[in-house]
Design a protein around this ligand. Structure first.
Ligand SMILES: [Zn+2]
Length: 342
């Protein structure tokens, strides 16, 4: 029955009616707040391209975590800026690594807060890649002269050897009090390797949230400043996904589930809402999405110019991610949005 019998505006007349028929609601219980931990004491250094986001020393991180929890945010995810970087990502898996220290301090300060640990090697590698790097096999002189290799074929990110370091990192984080292991490196087989390692270390109850469909995205720009993890050469396109591929994203997710992931993630969020929706239709695991640094920076920059209404755009962006099907949202807005929802 069409107009004039049907008038959709009838249910939009008042906030009470609009609220009654609202299909999607945001709640702070969906939010995960990302934090960057750095060496030192009393350090609270704002990330230039992410106003309102800080590099925090362990003591400051504990305070920040307590505040997020008091606002109703149930979880944080930790990233680390180590004192030193090397070719084996020692800082990622060392017992006194920066994230391990932070996890212990935060667990002590706020025992009920869920601590997720991002598992990757890039922040701890001197070259800034997410796995072990090996120079590619030298070509014959004739071939090299005929077709000089582009920079991207001069080296290789070694998949299987990297798995060992990722597994070692996961065990170390779980032992330090990290509740959820979240691998973000995009090596093949890492979820299985991590599950196996955790189980053999007596950590069978530690869940894995896998960054299952992580795209090679320009929206990560500001994060690399925040986590000091810019690759020193090349890019991450040989392991992170091509932004054009939805079907491949479904395969990535499927494989991570087969390997033992307990929760899955799509990253970034807003430029990939269709991927979130497709994953939500297809898989029954709790689905997370990461509203990444570039998504945050764009909103902040426009708001600073008074070109947009910051609060409304912030809430609309989070609502769109929720509506697409993400149950869990990793967002730098976790605290601000929780305040508005209170
Ligand atoms: Zn990485």
């Amino acid at each position: 029955m069409a107009f004039p019998i049907t008038r959709l505006r009838r249910l939009r007349q008042s906030e009470q009616l609009r609220s009654m028929v609202r299909e999607t609601r945001l709640s702070p219980t969906s939010f995960v707040y990302p934090m960057f931990v750095c060496p030192g004491e009393g350090v609270r250094k704002e990330v230039r391209s992410m106003p309102g986001v800080f590099n925090l020393s362990v003591d400051e991180a504990a305070k920040e975590a307590k505040q997020a929890h008091s606002l109703g945010v149930p979880a944080i995810i930790l990233f680390g800026l180590p004192e030193k970087k090397d070719e084996l990502a020692t800082g990622a898996w060392a017992e006194d690594g920066i994230v391990q220290q932070a996890a212990r301090a935060i667990k002590h300060e706020v025992p009920k807060l869920i601590i997720m640990g991002d598992v990757c090697l890039c922040e701890y590698m001197s070259h800034g890649h997410c796995g072990i790097v090996r120079a590619a096999h030298p070509q014959s002189l004739g071939a090299a002269v005929a077709a000089p290799p582009p920079v991207t074929t001069d080296y290789e990110i070694v998949n299987d050897a990297s798995l060992e370091l990722l597994a070692r990192t996961s065990i170390s984080l779980a032992r330090a009090g990290v509740d959820v292991i979240a691998p973000s490196d995009m090596m093949d087989g890492r979820v299985g390797a991590i599950r196996n390692a955790l189980d053999h270390a007596g950590l069978a109850s530690t869940p894995i949230l896998s960054y299952a469909a992580k795209f090679a995205s320009a929206f990560y720009g500001p994060f690399r400043e925040a986590a000091d993890s810019t690759p020193q050469f090349g890019d991450r396109r040989s392991y992170q996904m091509d932004g054009a591929n939805l079907r491949e994203a479904m395969r990535e997710i499927e494989l991570d589930i087969e390997e033992g992931a307990d929760m899955i993630m799509v990253k970034p969020a807003m430029p990939y809402l269709d991927v979130i929706a497709a994953a939500h239709d297809r898989f029954d695991l709790p689905l997370a999405a990461y509203q990444v640094s570039g998504e945050y920076a764009i909103i902040e920059a426009a708001a600073r110019n008074n070109w947009i209404d910051r609060e409304r755009v912030m809430m609309e962006s989070l609502l769109s991610i929720r509506r697409a099907g993400a149950r869990i949202i990793l967002t730098y807005y976790a605290k601000d949005a929780a305040r508005l929802l209170a």
